[in-house]
Each structure stands twice: as C-alpha cells, then as structure tokens.
Design a protein around this ligand. Sequence first.
Ligand code: BTN
Length: 225
Amino acid sequence: MTLVIHRLPRASSTQDEARRLLADGGAGPGHVVLADEQSEGRGRFGRAWLSPSGGFYATYVVEQHPRIALVAGVAVLRALDRYGVSASLKWPNDVIVERKKLGGILIETAENSALVGIGLNLTETPLETAMSILTTGQRVARGDLVVAIGVELAGAAISEDLLADYRKRLATLGERVRVTTEDGERPIEGTAVDIDPEGRLLVETDKGVCVVSSGDCIELRAVAG
Ligand code: BTN
C-alpha cells in the first residue's frame, strides 16, 4: 500500500485542502493531507475544531465505503493501540479516553471519494473537557501516526470483523444516552442497546427501540458525574 502525504505547516482546513487537490487532479485515494495547525478546522455539525500547532490534523482521501464511519473509527483505535493508547469510541466515532474526548472524525464526500478528517490531541488539550495522548502517558510522533492510521484505514475497509471490532470498542453500548438528530426533532433519550450492521445506534426508549442513523450523542452518566 502506498500512502502519499501532503504535509503543510498550516491549512485553513485539511478537508478543504484535500478537496482542492482532488478537484485539481493532484490527489486521489491513498493521499493524505497533514497540517501542523489549522485556522478554520471544523467538526461535525459545522462546529469549529480548535486546531493549535502541535495537534494531529489529517484528511485521508479514500474510496467510498458503505460503512466508512465504522471503518474510520476502528482504524484510528487500531492505530492508537500500536502506541499503547487504549481509547474507545463514543457513537458514532468520537475517540474517548477516560470519558474525555481525545479526538474526532469528520467524514465528507468529494468527487466520488470520501474525505476522512481526523483530529487528535497529541500534547495539547484545547478544551477542559478534552484529553491528549500525552496525558495518557504516551508520546506519538505525528509522522508515525499518519502512516499507522493510513495502513489501518486500508485494513479496516476490508476487515471481516469490522462490525464486531466496532461494537467491542463502542463505549456507548449499555449507557443511558441523549441523542440529538440533525432534523431538529426532540432529542431521543434512552439506553443504547446495540448498533445495526449499518452502524446505526439502537436506543431503547419508553416508547420502543429507536434507530438513529446520524446524530450527536451525549452519555448521560458523563454529564451527571
Ligand atoms: C468532530 O468530532 O466533530 C470531528 C472533528 C474532526 C476534526 C478534523 S481535524 C482534520 C480535519 N480537518 C478539519 O477541518 N476537520 C477534520
């Protein structure tokens, strides 16, 4: 597997850089844009992603995959395992350590490819509620991590145990959750009981089981305690 790395000292957003390269024919699947800092990093639901110098900000251009959200989450965790960082996932694919956010994944599409944007806190914690790899007691070089995640992305995309591994790493299962969906409907509150083969979250509520395909999930125990 060949990984082509476009390394930039700074970018507005690596998602936009990757999109631009793709449109110009300068990138395709197997390419990754890696920046040392971002001025306009973005997260899911149009939120800002604080991206000071020293963090890990990368966008991988990959072939579309029906379960790309699962592939990306599993790949990041498998890559972190290699460096002794034991993280878990909060649905759909927040990277969590000790119930705090170590990183996030944003998936967009462009020109028939998927743009898998990954932000991880290496040494800094831009928010009080965040966690860094350094805080876990490990140090990982950005250049090593970008390759490890690239290799794991390729592997997870064809992994036969993808769903089982995702489920195993999903800390959300069994938790009481509140899920806000993009359509602005009332949040769904209940117990996260499973995910289905498409990676949708099954939430058991007073009125029965709700199937949630996209949303923002808060684990209620974490909020309370
Ligand atoms: C989230 O948890 O909301 C997802 C955050 C994704 C942030 C990464 S950093 C690299 C890439 N470029 C961006 O602008 N966003 C993603």
